[in-house]
Design a protein around this ligand. Sequence first.
Ligand code: HEM
Length: 144
Amino acid sequence: MSEPVAPASSMSPTEPPSFYDAVGGHETFEAIVRRFYEGVKDDDVLSPMYPEDDMDGAVWRLTAFLEQYWGGPTTYSEQRGHPRLRMRHQPFHVNPEARDRWMLHMRAAVVEAQLSPMHSATLMDYLERAAHSMINTFEPTPGG
Ligand code: HEM
């Protein structure tokens, strides 16, 4: 009798699948982040902060970070080192308005991904808390 063969991912017959695997792996995370950046592109508060000439890089960084956080490949840290997200956001004006816009586009992206209600709620809960913790100023949006 042959042994059951684990699929070529982090799934194994003895461990529960990671959140990353359970929601569909790379394809799902990349779709969410690409949809998120579609919203950012047309947002007058957020778009000035993002590198216009390196949106593919920005997509890669956020996708890889989220994949790693949820139990996928650790490519983010291999290429970018420790995430230190609060520190990496210091150059940007992240006030409550920016957080709300960020969440608006992220929520739309997660809804479109049609995860199960439990996975969707788990992901949104994390994103809400993470976005709140990224606030680094209460000064109004520059030029706004
Ligand atoms: C609260 C509102 C937020 C704003 C306005 C914001 C803005 C930005 C901007 C302008 C960048 C630079 C884009 C790039 O070149 O990669 C960035 C990078 C990044 N953000 Fe945010 N962000 C927010 C929240 C978050 C949250 C909640 C997370 C994680 C759950 C996150 C994760 C990241 C990551 C992983 C990067 C790339 C870091 C790197 O490796 O350089 N951001 N963010």
